[in-house]
Design a protein around this ligand. Structure first.
Ligand code: TXA
Ligand code: MG
Length: 352
């Protein structure tokens, strides 16, 4: 059985934190909210517990974990050295949604790093995560608290849907804020490289670093990736998802055409739309007349409010999936800023 404890996201109850911390220290699996998504925590220096975590998630052992600590001082034991760039980035962005990949110390078990000579570290900002890490007093390895290849959880109910009975405890601190996982920045390579885009954008990083590369999808496709677990297809709903990229007007017109054809052929279709698409979609609903029961539309928010779009993204994918649609058609959110890049990255990986 998995216990669920409700906690105040701003002022978590000390007794609840003490119980969760004790569970972690004894090798238990505890899901907790971070500002990005829910994490599934485990004592990072306990290889047996870490192996149990991989089993619970159904995650392949070659996909390394992020180690969470409550301050930069606590990473000293985990890494070979703390480069100047890391100190500067930590001062600006920690606690927060930035993960740094650094040369690792031998204290970190191979189970955590998938045998790589680097370790990913992060100081999360969520008050529950911070309180838990402080109470635990040990580094906590935590992947997103979903079953492998499912969308990341942004609410405790998502964790329960995927992992009930497979983990010990869930701290329910309500919905998470950012909604997409942290930016992963590799500082072990010659030029700092973004391995996964997130809320901390390339532009923000460039304010502190002279050069920041973004690993291209071409490189990913070639398989030349430092972390074998960064699979192209990920975050997937059960229903196949089609992404319509490019200029919004044309993309949405094409999406509507495909939805019309699929519904006429008997399929049940879910559409992930922006507020700006309401009029065009109202037209489709009218046109479908009696067949409109085969259509479910979910609005992510406005094109101009990507903070809301990101925070709702995974919940909407899960919601549509649970209605049993045969296909999901998603409009893209083109743009160059950090969240646009992150949203587009996750939608591409969810797409077939
Ligand atoms: O926001 C987040 O980062 C959330 C919360 C819970 O902190 N965690 C998260 O963990 O998304 P996970 O395991 O779902 O994703 C971790 C990513 C994976 O893509 C993994 O391959 C990469 O970080 N990673 C971990 N260690 C690495 C390393 N040593 N080198 C390169 N990539 C690494
Ligand atoms: Mg994950």
């Amino acid at each position: 059985m998995t216990d669920v404890i409700r906690v105040d996201p701003d002022r978590p109850d000390a007794a609840a934190m003490a119980r969760a911390a004790e569970c972690l220290r004894r090798g238990g699996l505890v899901a907790f909210p971070t500002e990005t998504v829910y994490g599934l925590g485990v004592h990072a220096l306990d290889p047996v517990a870490v192996r149990r975590l991989f089993g619970a998630k159904g995650r392949p052992a070659n996909d390394p974990l992020i180690v969470h600590v409550d301050s930069i001082d606590r990473i000293q034991d985990l890494v070979l050295r703390v480069p100047e760039a890391a100190v500067a980035l930590a001062a600006r962005f920690w606690p927060g949604p930035l993960t740094l990949v650094l040369p690792r110390s031998s204290r970190v078990p191979d189970e955590v790093t998938a045998g790589l000579n680097t370790v990913a570290v992060r100081v999360p900002a969520h008050p529950v995560a911070r309180a838990l890490l402080t109470a635990a007093g040990v580094p906590v390895a935590a992947p997103s608290a979903n079953l492998f290849s499912r969308p990341s959880p942004t609410r405790a109910s998502h964790v329960l849907d995927d992992l009930n009975g497979r983990i010990d405890l869930i701290l329910d601190g309500g919905p998470t804020d950012v909604g997409v996982e942290s930016t992963v920045l590799d500082l072990s390579s010659e030029v700092p490289t973004i391995l996964r885009p997130g809320a901390i954008s390339r532009e923000m990083l460039q304010e502190l670093l002279p050069r920041v590369e973004r690993r291209s999808s071409a490189e990913r496709a070639l398989g030349s990736m430092p972390s074998p677990g960064m699979l192209e297809r990920h975050y997937s709903p059960r229903a196949p998802l089609t992404l319509y990229e490019g200029a919004a007007r044309e993309a949405v017109a094409q999406l509507i055409g495909d939805a019309r054809a699929a519904i006429a052929a008997g399929a049940r279709v879910g559409i992930m739309a922006a507020d700006e698409d309401r009029e065009a979609l109202a037209g489709l609903v009218t046109e479908l007349a009696g067949l409109d029961t085969r259509l479910t539309i979910a609005y992510l928010g406005s094109e101009g409010d990507l903070t809301t779009v990101a925070s709702r993204l995974y919940a909407v994918v899960r919601e549509l999936d649970s209605t049993g649609v045969d296909r999901i058609l998603a409009r893209g959110f083109p743009g160059e800023d950090g969240l646009a890049t992150a949203i587009q990255d996750r939608l591409r990986r969810a797409a077939v």
